[in-house]
Design a protein. Structure first.
Length: 294
C-alpha cells in the first residue's frame, strides 16, 4: 500500500451492481483502501484485481472499515446484508433506492444499533460516476456531522448535495426529480407519437423538442416555486389558466386526427379544468400543485 493510499479514508462498499462497481472504481482510483462484498461473490473479482479486498461476508466487510456504504437492490436487501453485522461506532451511508419513510425508519434502526446514519439519492447513471463534467451528484440527508466528516470521500464518485438532517429528504428529493423526469418523458413520447405517421424525420424533429423543453422548463419551474412561496398565483403570469384550459381541446382533437391516444395528456388537462372551477382564470398553473396535495 502506498503512503497516499494509507492517508485516505478506508471504505467498505456493500453491493456491486453496475452502480456499486462504478462507485468502487472511483474510490480505488483515488487511493482509498476498499473492502467490498456482494451476494454474488464473483462480481468482486475484477475489483480485487484492481486493488480491492473482498470480504467473505457482509459482517466481515462492515468490520473492516468505519465508513460503510451500501448500494443494494432495495430496503429488504439492506436488512438481509446487515442482519449479522456489528454496527457499533460505524458510519453508515445508504445509497440504496428507498422511500422517504423507509429512509427515516432505517436511520432510527441504525441509531439504535450504535451507528451514525446518512441516506443518499444518486442523481446519476453509472457512466456519469467519476466523471465530474457529466454533472452527476448525490443527495445526502441525515447526520450532519457524519456528512461533514466524510464530505471529501463522498465527493470522490460524484458531487454532493446535503439537503438536511431529516433522513428522508434525500430520497424525497431523488423521487421528486425522477418523477418530473418521467413526466417530461411522457410529454416527449406524446410529441413523437403525433409525428410518427407523418413524413417527418424524428431525428430532425428532436432538436426542436429539446430546445422547446429547455426554454420552457427552467422559467416554469422557477415561477412555480416563487408562486408557491408567496402564495400569489397571479404574479408574473404569461399564459394564464383560463387561456391554457381553453386551448386544450385543440391538443385532444389533434391527437384524435393523428390516431394517437391522449392518455398521457388527459389527467393533467382534467386537473387544469378542476383548478379553473376553484381558482381564477387569471392565475398560473401553480394551483394544480394544491389539487395533487388533497
Amino acid at each position: 500500500m502506498t503512503a497516499n493510499a494509507s492517508a485516505k479514508t478506508p471504505v467498505t462498499l456493500l453491493g456491486l451492481g453496475a452502480m456499486g462497481t462504478a462507485l468502487a472504481r472511483t474510490w480505488l482510483a483515488a487511493g482509498h483502501p476498499l473492502t467490498v462484498w456482494n451476494r454474488t461473490a464473483s462480481r468482486a473479482e475484477p475489483l480485487v484485481a484492481e486493488g480491492a479486498t473482498a470480504a467473505g461476508t457482509a459482517a466481515e466487510a462492515v468490520a473492516a472499515s468505519d465508513l460503510v456504504i451500501l448500494c443494494l437492490l432495495d430496503d429488504a436487501s439492506v436488512d438481509e446484508a446487515l442482519k449479522d453485522a456489528d454496527l457499533t461506532g460505524k458510519d453508515l451511508v445508504n445509497l440504496t433506492t428507498t422511500t422517504p419513510a423507509q429512509a427515516r425508519e432505517r436511520a432510527a434502526w441504525a441509531t439504535a444499533r450504535g451507528a451514525r446514519y446518512l441516506d443518499g439519492g444518486i442523481m446519476a447513471v453509472p457512466p456519469m460516476i467519476g466523471v465530474p463534467e457529466a454533472g452527476g451528484y448525490v443527495f445526502y440527508s441525515g447526520a450532519a456531522d457524519l456528512f461533514e466528516t466524510h464530505a471529501k470521500t463522498l465527493a470522490v464518485p460524484a458531487g454532493t448535495r446535503f439537503v438536511g438532517t431529516d433522513a428522508g429528504h434525500a430520497a424525497l428529493h431523488d423521487v421528486a426529480l425522477l418523477s418530473a423526469m418521467y413526466g417530461m418523458f411522457a410529454g416527449a413520447a406524446h410529441a413523437f407519437a403525433l409525428i410518427r405517421g407523418e413524413d417527418i424525420d424524428p431525428a430532425a424533429f428532436a432538436p426542436f423538442l429539446t430546445e422547446w423543453l429547455t426554454a420552457m422548463a427552467g422559467p416554469h419551474v422557477t415561477q412555480t416555486a416563487d408562486q408557491l412561496t408567496s402564495g400569489d398565483y397571479t404574479t408574473n403570469v404569461v399564459s394564464n389558466l383560463g387561456m391554457q384550459t381553453a386551448g386544450t381541446p385543440t391538443f385532444l382533437t389533434t391527437a384524435a386526427e393523428q390516431g394517437v391516444s391522449p392518455e398521457l395528456l388527459t389527467p393533467y388537462f382534467a386537473l387544469m379544468r378542476r383548478r379553473l372551477t376553484e381558482g381564477s382564470p387569471s392565475e398560473d398553473l401553480t394551483g394544480v400543485v394544491d389539487l395533487l396535495r388533497r
